[in-house]
Design a protein around this ligand. Sequence first.
Ligand code: FES
Length: 458
Amino acid sequence: MAKVTYVDAGGLATTIDVAEGWSLMQAAVTNGVQGIVGECGGSCACATCHCYVDEARLAELPGPDDNELAMLDFAAADVRANSRLSCQIKASSRLLKKSDSGAKFVNKPDSKRVPPGIKIEPKCVFQQPARAIDGLVVHLPVTQGLRPESGMAESTISTSSIAFLGFGEAARAFLDGWRTNEGFKARISAYDIKTDSPDPEVWTAKRADYVAANVIGASTAPDAAAGAEAVFSVVTADQAHQAALAALPSLAEGALFFDCNSCAPQTKARTAMDVDAAGGRYIDVAVMAPVHPRLHRTPLLISGPHVEAAAQALAALDMSARIHEGPVGAASAVKMIRSIIMKGLEALVCECVLAGRKAGVIETVLDSLDDTYPGFGWKKRSAYMLERVMTHGVRRAAEMREAAVTVDLLGLKGEMSRASVGWQQTIGELGLRASEAQGADYRVLADAILAALDAKTV
Ligand code: FES
């Protein structure tokens, strides 16, 4: 065990005994410390576990590796010399201090509010060697999501006209984020294939979305793209190439075309050839984390020949893009290969939880998994994953077909990716939605899915 004190931006200090092998992020999330999100579960892919390590103790910890340093670029709050990702700091015997250190360690009482401006002073002195992490104090930034004050200055947007191809969760998230800045005044147009649906309920709802979001709802993709300096394609993976082709007739010369879809590198390369041939500038964009809670600040990787111009435009929109060196497809290869785990794990969890619920053993199974993988929070994560598959399973299934193609084209067999399509598609097609309360309980979600599956087979 190692004592770690988390001090939030309001001065609330919480001390936790962190178990051997646990990261500071895991301990914080498990104990409900506000200010550490840990969106990616500790895989160094979200920067929502950003913290500031007590400067006096910083040198005692192993330094950040290249991945951590790169991901810190995506942190929403200021990055300082003592910034670290708390998922990368672990209580481990490898952190043992030298036996002759004689160091003093802070040992704060639990959950004590520290008045602003009051420095936390050490209370105890440990004579024996201890883990470097013991007694560590970390300060948490104001936010792990949106910056409280956007870095986007008044009318810095070089892209004064923006089009969305696809107007679902990602488009709304980007837009909502941009609009947190009063200086954002771009003209926004959008086209979503749902407005062509023969089902009046579907197209009426999508048109209502346009109105609610105060965007120009176009009737066709070319109408949306006409005159836009930047086009963001945020459709489903299986529609990405077609959506781009549809918009090309009206694409402005030099328009930046941000293909944010989760497609195989080869699909992106094909689309890039078409976009560039039509006079546009294609950018391969990989969206590296869920768009909530970070909205327009969600980490993006971009690749391709136009990344310099793209990076400038995205920076002007206060977005968190990092250039991934390489041709079109380089960024999406990262995303696709990561999805083998991210979306594949969701499918595995669905199968496990549904089977376990039916057999009446799921509680025991998840408790056992918590023992084997401490800190992962299997019940909470299961609820999150079930809800995500219910809401976005069809889209995720399309992504996993692309992941399978990615693996296939590397000369391997994308069998696990292909298998995960099954549960994603099946559950997504049920069209179930959960309230916030329902979404927090994996048992409620599992029962809803099982009931809907039963109803389907009757
Ligand atoms: S939890 Fe640390 S980077 Fe995501």
